[in-house]
Design a protein around this ligand. Structure first.
Ligand code: TRP
Length: 474
C-alpha cells in the first residue's frame, strides 16, 4: 500500500477543515436564525451549543482519525476490530454520497447566479416577486440545473483528484482567505448604505424575550450541522495529520473560524436588506430572491452580486471537496482503488445520484412522497437523521467503547507544554495540581472532556435530534 499522504502544514489542515465547516449553513442559515431568535442573545446560546456538542465531538473525530490513520470505516475497524460500531463508519460514507449529491445542485445554482450577475446585473429582478419568478424558472430548467450541477461536481473532482497537499490543502489556502476578503468588502459596502443600522439592530441587538427553549434546540442542531460533524469528515481530515499537530488548539481554531464567518455573513447581508427597505426571510428565499432584487437597485450591482455569489460558491466548494474526500478515502483505504480512479468514478456516481435532485424543482416536482420531492427526501434523510445518528455513535464510541483514556493519550501527542490541556481543565472549573507533571493534566482532560463526550454531548445530540424530526414539539 502507498504511504499515507499528510498535510503539508498545520495551517493547511486548519483551513481545509474550516473550509468544510464553512458552507451554505453559515451564510444563508445562521444569520437568519440569529435575527429571528433574539440576535445577540441567540449568539450566546449558540456559543453554549458549540461548547456542549461542537468542540467535544470535533475533538473525538480528530482523535480517532489521527490514531487510526484511516477513513471512517477503517477507523472503527482499526480501533475495535469486529465490533458492530463500524456501522457508524458505513453510515458516514453513505451520508457523504447523499449530501454531496444535493449540495452540488445548490452549488450549481450559485455558479449560475454568478453568471447571471455578470451578464444581466440582475437588472430585470425588479422586485422580490419578480426575482422569485426568475429563480423558479432557473431551477426548474432541466438543462441549466443539470449542467451547473455537472460543472460544480467537476470542480470538486478536479481538486480531490490532486490529493491532499496538491489538491485540498492548496485550494483551501487560496479559497479560505478569499472568503474573508469578499466578506469584508460586502460588509463595508452594506454598512455604508443609508439605514444600514436598522439591519444591524435586527441582527444583533439582544432580545432575551425571543429566546425560547426552541431556540436552544435550534442552536444545538445548527452547531452540529455547521461544523460538518457526524459523518466522519473530521475523522478523514484528522487521518492525514501527523503526531506533531495539536488537536485541541486546532479544534478551537476551526470552531472559531466557522463561528466568525457565520457572524460576519449576517453583517454582510442584513444592513443592505434593511437599508433597501426589505424584510428578511429564511433560506433560499433570502439569498436567491431578496438579494438579487437589492443588487438590481444598487450602483455596480452586477459587481456586488457577482462577489456575493462567488462567496457562496467558494463556501460550498470547500465543503463539497470534504464530502468527496470522505467517499474517496474509503475506496482508497478499504478497497484499494487508486485516488484518481476513485475520485472520478465515485464523483460520477454522485453526479448521477444528484440528477433527480437537480430535476426536483422542475420536471420531477410532481413526484413527491408525503409532499417531499427527491431533493427534500435526500436532504431530510441525511441532515436530520444520518448526521445526528452518526454523531451520536461517534461520541458513544469514543466516550465509552474505545475510551477517553486512549483518546487522551492520542491528544497528548502534539500538546507539548499542556497549556492547552490546562485550559480545558480551567474551563471545567477543576483544580489543577501543580505538583504533578503531565499525567494529572491528562487525567483531568480525560475526566472533563470525557464527561462531555460520555454524557452531555450524546444527550444533547439526541434531544436536538428528537426536536428536528418533530418528535418533540415546542
Ligand atoms: N457545514 C456545512 C455548512 O455549514 C454543511 C455540512 C454539514 C457539511 N455536514 C457536512 C459539509 C459534511 C461537508 C461535510 O454548510
Amino acid at each position: 500500500m502507498e504511504k499515507r499522504e499528510h498535510w503539508g502544514s498545520q495551517l493547511g489542515f486548519i483551513l481545509a477543515s474550516a473550509g468544510s465547516a464553512v458552507g451554505l449553513g453559515n451564510i444563508w442559515k445562521f444569520p437568519y436564525i440569529t435575527g429571528e431568535n433574539g440576535g445577540g442573545a441567540f449568539v450566546l446560546v449558540y456559543l453554549l451549543a458549540i461548547t456542549i456538542i461542537g468542540i467535544p465531538v470535533m475533538l473525538a473525530e480528530f482523535v480517532i482519525g489521527r490514531k487510526s490513520q484511516r477513513n471512517p470505516v477503517g477507523a472503527y475497524h482499526a480501533l475495535k476490530p469486529g465490533s458492530s460500531w463500524i456501522i457508524g463508519g458505513y453510515l458516514g460514507i453513505l451520508t457523504g454520497f447523499i449530501i454531496l449529491s444535493f449540495y452540488s445542485v445548490v452549488g450549481g445554482w450559485t455558479l449560475g447566479y454568478m453568471i447571471k450577475a455578470i451578464t444581466t446585473g440582475f437588472r430585470n429582478f425588479s422586485s422580490v416577486e419578480v426575482a422569485g419568478k426568475h429563480f423558479g424558472s432557473f431551477v426548474s430548467n432541466p438543462w441549466y440545473a443539470v449542467l451547473f450541477h455537472f460543472i460544480f461536481m467537476g470542480l470538486s473532482i478536479l481538486i480531490v483528484y490532486k490529493g491532499i497537499k496538491q489538491g485540498i490543502e492548496k485550494w483551501s489556502k487560496i479559497l479560505m482567505p478569499a472568503i474573508f476578503v469578499i466578506l469584508f468588502l460586502l460588509i463595508i459596502k452594506g454598512l455604508s448604505m443609508k439605514g444600514a443600522m436598522k439591519g444591524v439592530q435586527f441582527y444583533l441587538s439582544p432580545d432575551f424575550s425571543k429566546l425560547t427553549p426552541k431556540s436552544i434546540l435550534i442552536a444545538l442542531g445548527h452547531a452540529f450541522f455547521s461544523l460538518s460533524l457526524g459523518m466522519g469528515v473530521m475523522i478523514t481530515y484528522g487521518s492525514y495529520l501527523s503526531k506533531k499537530e495539536n488537536l485541541w488548539t486546532s479544534a478551537l481554531t476551526i470552531v472559531g473560524i466557522d463561528t466568525a464567518i457565520a457572524l460576519l455573513a449576517g453583517l454582510a447581508i442584513f444592513p443592505a436588506v434593511f437599508a433597501m427597505g426589505f424584510q428578511p426571510n429564511a433560506g433560499p428565499g433570502l439569498v436567491f430572491n431578496i438579494l438579487p432584487a437589492i443588487f438590481a437597485k444598487m450602483s455596480l450591482g452586477f459587481l456586488w452580486g457577482f462577489l456575493f455569489f462567488l462567496l457562496l460558491a467558494i463556501a460550498a466548494l470547500t465543503s463539497a471537496i470534504s464530502l468527496l474526500e470522505v467517499v474517496t478515502s474509503y475506496f482508497i483505504d478499504e478497497l484499494h482503488f487508486n485516488r484518481k480512479t476513485a475520485t472520478v468514478l465515485f464523483g460520477a456516481v454522485i453526479f448521477l445520484l444528484g440528477v433527480p435532485s437537480a430535476l426536483s424543482f422542475g420536471v420531477l416536482s410532481k413526484y413527491t412522497i408525503s409532499g417531499k420531492t427527491f431533493f427534500d427526501i435526500m436532504d431530510n434523510l441525511a441532515s436530520n437523521y444520518f448526521l445526528p445518528i452518526g454523531g451520536f455513535i461517534i461520541s458513544l464510541f469514543v466516550g465509552w467503547v474505545w475510551g477517553t483514556k486512549h483518546a487522551v493519550d492520542e491528544i497528548r501527542h502534539g500538546s507539548h507544554n499542556f497549556a492547552d490541556v490546562h485550559l480545558i481543565t480551567l474551563l471545567a472549573g477543576l483544580k489543577d495540581d501543580p505538583s504533578h507533571n503531565s499525567p494529572v493534566h491528562v487525567w483531568t482532560l480525560a475526566s472533563t472532556w470525557g464527561i462531555f463526550l460520555r454524557f452531555i454531548s450524546p444527550v444533547a445530540i439526541f434531544i436536538a435530534f428528537l426536536f428536528t424530526i418533530g418528535a418533540i414539539k415546542l
